[in-house]
Design a protein around this ligand. Sequence first.
Ligand SMILES: *[C@@H]1O[C@H](CO)[C@@H](O)[C@H](O)[C@H]1NC(C)=O
Length: 213
Amino acid sequence: MWHKAVSLTLLTLTLSTTAIPLPSLKHAKETSLTEAQILQIAPTSNTCENPPAEGECATASQAAKFISQSFNTYEVSSKAEQAAVIGLMAFESEDFKYNKNHFPGTPGQGITARNMQSPTFNKKYASSISALKDKLAAVENSPADLLDLLRDNETYDFGSGAWFLTTQCSADIRTALKAGTESGWQRFISECVGTEASSDRKAYWQKAVKALA
Ligand SMILES: *[C@@H]1O[C@H](CO)[C@@H](O)[C@H](O)[C@H]1NC(C)=O
C-alpha cells in the first residue's frame, strides 16, 4: 500500500515543479455511492432499529460509505462490476442486516462476511490485509474468530466483495461482467462466486444496475 503513497507523492512533486496543469489526479473514477442509491437496492437498510441479529446490522448510509471505500481501495470503477458486487452483498446480507451466515446446516460455522464468503476465502482475504498481520496469527485456525476479526472493522467487513471480485475472479469473467450484460453477470455468479444465478439474486442485481445508472 505504501508503495502507492510514495509514488503518488513523487508524481505530485514532479507535476508541481513543471507547471503542467494538474490532470485530475484523483481521477474522475473515484466512487462515492449515496445513501439513496443503496436504499434503492436494499430498501430495508433505512434503519437498524430492532435488528434481527445484534451487532450485525448496517444502515444504507454506512454501507454507502464503506462500499465506496472498498471500490476505491480495490480499484473497481466499472459500474457493471460495482452493480454486481453491491447486488451480491445486499442479497446475501439481507439488506445489510447480517454479516455472518445464520442459516442452519453450515455446521458450527456460518463463517462468512458481508458477501457471505466461505472460511477459506475469509482466510485468504484476512491474509491480504497487512494491518491485520499481527492479529491474524492468533485466529487463523479458528474460522469463527477469524471472521470476527474481519467483522470488527467496517472497512474489512464491507471490503470483502470488492476483494473477492478483484482477486478471485478471472480476467475473463471480469471482462464479461464489465460488458454489463445479463450473461456476464450470470457467469460471475455461477463461475466465480460459485452459486446459482437465481431470480432473487437477479432482482438485486437489476436494482443495483438501475441505482448506479
Ligand atoms: C479499520 O481499518 C482501517 C484500514 O486499515 C483503519 O484505517 C481504521 O482505523 C480501522 N478502524 C478501526 C475502528 O480500527
